[in-house]
Design a protein around this ligand. Structure first.
Ligand SMILES: Cc1ncc(C[n+]2csc(CCOP(=O)(O)OP(=O)(O)O)c2C)c(N)n1
Ligand code: SF4
Ligand SMILES: [Mg+2]
Length: 348
């Protein structure tokens, strides 16, 4: 278990009086330069800036280098490292027991799109209120760099092996199945990733972020389509993103028609300055078409592809009481003996 870092006297505090160090985790054991480390840093920044109480957060993961990373942020939070590809069912159980938790799942492209694809699909269609991050490097980093199911057709391994299967686009899948905030970012794009993570914290449904996160040890060479160089050279952002939390008031000036302004559940605002004239992230069909076009053109399309702030989430659909099941007294969660007797009587 990661140790709790010491406090930082005199350091900047956030709206709940904590310093950044109180959002940190244990020292990383991942390779220097691994994209996953940069994502952990952005999660720390986003949680700090949004003033999230660490004890309210549940970190969940599966197996892989990516799935190890929750140990490297927010040591004061709850944490569960599940079996390979099975984090969604653990997350579902945890949230049904206590929907006051802010759940953040960190998975890999192998953990999600290979062994875990079945669980992933059901999580997306339920719109469970959680943040699901795929740290996507196109390979199984932990087991020494075999292609995963998100590897692009024609991408080359260091050994010269070429991938001859088409990739699964986890964003298209998530949109089609029912996730309500879906986007793609790059571990090397600090500003975009931070804004997307802050919006993710404010959202009240399933957030699925596929973050291209190069594996410097096994997939960062010439011929790889998930390397730092390839991603930087082919990055096509759909918009500039500004996230304005409900507790701040910032005016962003743009000409009429240039800005898409989405008001979120808690009153926060997601302001998307359009770089593409006709892209509307509330239009599901358009989002899927644009992703398909990106594949055809070999673009690494980034940004918020789809957002729906109106769809009911899984907790709402199940009509759960406001008080979490985990803290309800037994008298309210367990039917009395008379109810069982009545039931048995009816079966006679
Ligand atoms: C049931 C099971 N099958 C296979 C493995 C071996 N294994 C460990 S991690 C991994 C893939 C990890 O890839 P990914 O999720 O992309 O994470 P990365 O290491 O690239 O961050 C595999 C196949 C395992 N641990 N458990
Ligand atoms: S092997 Fe790859 S994915 Fe794993 S820690 Fe190293 S760089 Fe990151
Ligand atoms: Mg991987």
């Amino acid at each position: 278990m990661a140790s709790t870092p010491a406090s930082q006297p005199g350091a900047k505090t956030n709206r709940i009086g904590l310093t950044t160090i109180e959002y940190k985790g244990g020292r990383t054991t991942l390779c220097a330069g691994c994209g996953h480390n940069a994502i952990s840093e952005r999660i720390i920044d986003a949680m700090f800036e949004m003033g999230v109480k660490p004890e309210r957060v549940a970190k969940l993961s599966g197996i892989g280098c990516s799935s190890k990373s929750p140990a490297y942020f927010m040591s004061r939070s709850h944490s569960f490292n599940a079996v390979h590809g099975r984090m969604p069912s653990i997350a579902t159980g945890a949230l049904l027991a206590n929907h006051n938790l802010l759940a953040i799942g960190v998975s890999g492209d192998g953990d999600t799109a290979s062994i875990g694809i079945g669980q992933f699909m059901h999580l997306m269609r339920r719109n469970l209120p959680m943040i699901y991050i795929i740290e996507d490097n196109g390979v199984y980093g932990l087991t020494k760099g075999q292609f995963s199911a998100t590897a692009d057709l024609g991408s080359k391994l260091k050994t010269g092996v070429i991938n001859d299967l088409p990739p699964i686009d986890t964003c298209a899948l998530a949109i089609q199945l029912g996730a309500t905030l879906v986007g793609r970012s790059f571990s090397g794009d600090k500003k975009q990733l931070l804004s997307m993570l802050k919006a993710a914290i404010a959202h009240n449904g399933t957030v699925m972020l596929d973050v291209i996160s190069p594996c410097v040890t096994f997939n960062d060479h010439e011929g790889s389509t998930k390397s730092y160089k390839f991603t930087k050279d082919h990055d096509e952002p759909l918009h500039d993103i500004t996230f304005v939390p409900s507790f701040e008031e910032i005016d962003v000036e743009y000409q009429p028609g240039e800005l898409i302004d989405v008001t979120m559940h808690d009153g926060s605002r997601l302001k998307l300055h359009k770089l593409e004239e006709d892209f509307d992230p509330t239009d599901k069909v358009r989002a899927l078409t644009r992703l398909a076009e990106a594949h055809e053109k070999g673009e690494v399309l980034t940004g918020v592809f789809y957002i729906n702030t109106k769809a009911p989430n899984f907790v709402e659909l199940l009509n759960m009481p406001d008080e979490p099941l985990a803290t309800l007294p037994e008298s309210l969660t367990r039917p009395p003996k008379s109810a069982l007797d009545e039931c048995m009587e009816a079966l006679r």
